[in-house]
Design a protein around this ligand. Structure first.
Ligand SMILES: Nc1nc2c([nH]c(=O)n2[C@H]2C[C@H](O)[C@@H](COP(=O)(O)OP(=O)(O)OP(=O)(O)O)O2)c(=O)[nH]1
Ligand SMILES: [Mg+2]
Length: 319
């Protein structure tokens, strides 16, 4: 059975809601929800096919797209290869030209609708927010200072999560900081990942774990008991290790020059794209980047942007 090549669009608005449509009952995978798109015709590029399909199905013309992932899936009656692209800007107002119902959903709402089986990796990937904010250096044990900084955090409309990175803090103080961060940010919809040993993270109630590159390379297996585990990477070997361990994401740095790691040579965007293209893993761009770099990062294959300085309000500014 030949594999059907399908262009799929993850259409995202500026609050990171995704446009989905319900497939008509009589079609393959009928009645289920889908990300709009369709078959790539002979002679078309994937992006050309996507633009044509979105014109035909929704009356919109994409003006900005970026590659997101590729999925091979075998249904009992059909084999498909989904070439998934983000659509982050378009002309026109989406309408269901084929009578199909449409809905704009947040990532957390996608899991509650029936989608074709092949779409599950897309839904899992969308659950990772596009911004990963890393804590700034803070005097060891200064919990009150941390509380003030967490309060001051302006969460980007597209969504973010936080990596609690306090390398100078001892385990005890770190555990208290982690519990504080989870308590403060959880109600604001911001998950917190612990950059510490699994034992300390677990004891403080952490459910996500971040490994630095040294911890990653020392790891024999994915640490157990966390819903999300990721790692900091600086080379293709480290990325390959993160993929082999079945981690959920990686950070790749430094893309540009940074104040926090002045001696590291920046990768630049071309090498960044080349390296992340060798693994099947969502990768955040890190190093000298702020939230404004998201479209550029997407254009180079990144899942999102991670950073320190570009995300926090200046110290001493009113909360
Ligand atoms: N468009 C789309 N297709 C998907 C998704 N997930 C998934 O398994 N598929 C499968 C279902 C179909 O077998 C195939 C897409 O074909 P399609 O029926 O949408 O193709 P098309 O728009 O060109 O439609 P048509 O001309 O055949 O009516 O890929 C998805 O999220 N979006
Ligand atoms: Mg279609």
């Amino acid at each position: 059975m030949a594999r059907l090549h399908v262009a799929v669009g993850v259409i995202l608005d500026d609050r990171q809601r995704v446009l989905v449509a319900r497939r008509a009952a009589h079609r393959h995978q009928g009645g289920r929800w889908e990300f709009p798109g369709g078959k790539v015709e002979p002679g078309e590029t994937v992006v050309q096919a996507l633009c044509r399909e979105l014109e035909e199905e929704l009356a919109i013309s994409p003006t900005r797209t970026s590659p997101m992932m590729r999925i091979e899936h075998d249904y009992p009656d059909r084999r498909v290869s989904l070439d998934v692209h983000r659509v982050s800007a378009w002309r026109g107002e989406p309408r269901g030209l084929e009578g199909q119902p449409l809905a704009w959903l947040r990532a957390t709402e996608l899991a509650r609708r029936p989608f074709p089986q092949a779409n599950l990796p897309i839904i899992r990937r969308l659950a990772l927010p596009p911004f990963l904010i890393i804590t700034e250096p803070l005097a060891p044990g200064d919990l009150a200072g941390l509380a003030r900084r967490l309060q001051s955090l302006a969460v980007p409309a597209r969504g973010a999560w936080l990596q609690l990175r306090l390398p100078d803090w001892d385990d005890r103080a770190y555990g208290r900081a982690l519990a504080l961060a989870i308590r403060t940010l959880g109600p604001r919809g911001v998950d917190v990942t612990a950059n510490r040993s699994p034992a300390v993270a677990r004891r403080a109630g952490g459910h996500a774990l971040h490994l630095n590159a040294r911890a990653l390379m020392a790891c024999e297996a994915r640490p157990e008991g966390f819903v999300r585990v990721g790692a900091s990477c600086h080379s293709p070997e480290e990325l390959a290790r993160a993929e082999a361990l079945g981690l959920d994401y990686a950070l790749l740095s430094p893309v540009a020059a940074t104040a926090s790691h002045p001696r590291q040579v920046p990768l630049g965007w071309e090498r960044f794209r080349d390296w992340l293209g060798r693994v099947d893993l969502p990768v955040y761009a890190l190093g000298g980047l702020g939230p404004e770099a998201l479209e550029l990062a997407w254009a180079h294959g990144a899942h999102g942007v991670a950073g320190i300085r570009g995300f926090w309000p200046p110290r001493g500014s009113p909360p």
